[in-house]
Design a protein. Structure first.
Length: 298
């Protein structure tokens, strides 16, 4: 019998979806290459729109009263840099971050495509919802962080007192703003992780309800450590938002587990009541009409 060519054997799909360790590593490498290429394309596009993006990121700093910040020869809010390459590095950093945010749905799909083969067929239908929800949550976190910067940055810079002006470098300021946006955006992905773990059967609603107090405490600890600012208002804003999203994820898990338990109960009932199962009717004959004068036998 002729042997099957090696390339044909490689094309055959495993019905159980199992992969060797090296196959997983190759798939991971392929997905990472796609993610890098997607972010690179987004960064190239963002490079062309650097000035509008920079104006948007400078807006919280420009909202600080003039007496608390440095004003250059242009009469506007100016950021400075000292090194020769600082301007190029700042533009590259802004372009990469903006490209990653703008192409989020595309590289998030690559992340999901790497995870999906290990899931059941019924769970893969959540692909589009995973991409949409993760993008919306990340953008919501970024928007909240930006609004907090608009309100909180003037308050922070006023604490130095009168007669003192801030002369911020572009690297320090953009690093602070980018860190703030990314931390809030990543923190808002917490409920999605909980929901996906519940859908995959890893985390049940009973465990979530049992550990609610510990989870909320850890959320506040994370908010205190992760927020770049030291003010309690930003920390509380992140913690309260994450707690609300966590409670929504727990509520989703409760509803999902109840539906799953009801579905399993119905399936078990159908398995026990098939067509070949006899009914629980007493087969012994009874005397008809005894004691009422009708149908008595003599």
């Amino acid at each position: 019998m002729a042997s099957v060519p090696r390339n044909i054997r490689r094309r055959r799909k495993n019905p159980e979806g199992r992969m060797a360790v090296m196959d997983h590593l190759r798939e991971l490498r392929r997905r990472l290459i796609w993610i890098v290429l997607i972010v690179a394309v987004g960064a190239i596009v963002a490079w062309q729109f650097y000035n509008p993006i920079l104006r948007l990121m400078e807006h919280p700093y420009c909202s600080v009263p003039v007496k608390y910040r440095f004003v250059g020869s242009t009469g506007k809010c100016d950021l400075i840099y000292h090194g020769v390459l600082d301007g190029f590095v700042s533009r590259l950093k802004v372009s990469v971050i903006a490209g990653a945010v703008g192409t989020g749905p595309f590289w998030l799909y690559q992340v999901w495509a790497f995870i999906a083969p290990g899931m059941r067929k019924s769970e893969r239908k959540y692909t589009i919802w995973f991409v949409i929800t993760s993008t919306v949550l990340f953008v919501a976190g970024v928007v909240l962080a930006y609004l907090l910067l608009l309100k909180g940055l003037p308050i922070l810079m006023r604490q130095a007192g009168t007669g003192v002006q801030a002369q911020l470098t572009i690297n320090d300021y953009l690093g602070f703003v980018v860190l703030m946006l990314v931390v809030f955006g990543a923190a808002f992905e917490l409920p999605l992780i909980i929901v996906m773990a519940n859908l995959a059967g890893i985390l049940s609603a009973r465990v979530l309800r049992k550990s609610q107090r510990i989870a909320i405490f850890l959320i506040f600890v994370f908010a205190a450590v992760a927020t770049p600012t030291t003010d309690p208002f930003t920390m509380c804003a992140m913690a309260f938002a994450m707690t609300a999203l966590y409670e929504l994820a727990v509520l989703f898990a409760i509803v999902h587990d109840r539906r799953k338990a009801r579905r399993r109960a119905e399936e078990r009932a159908e398995e026990h009541l098939d067509d070949d199962t006899p009914s629980s009717v007493d087969a012994l004959p009874e005397q008809i009409g005894s004691g009422d004068g009708w149908g008595d036998t003599t």
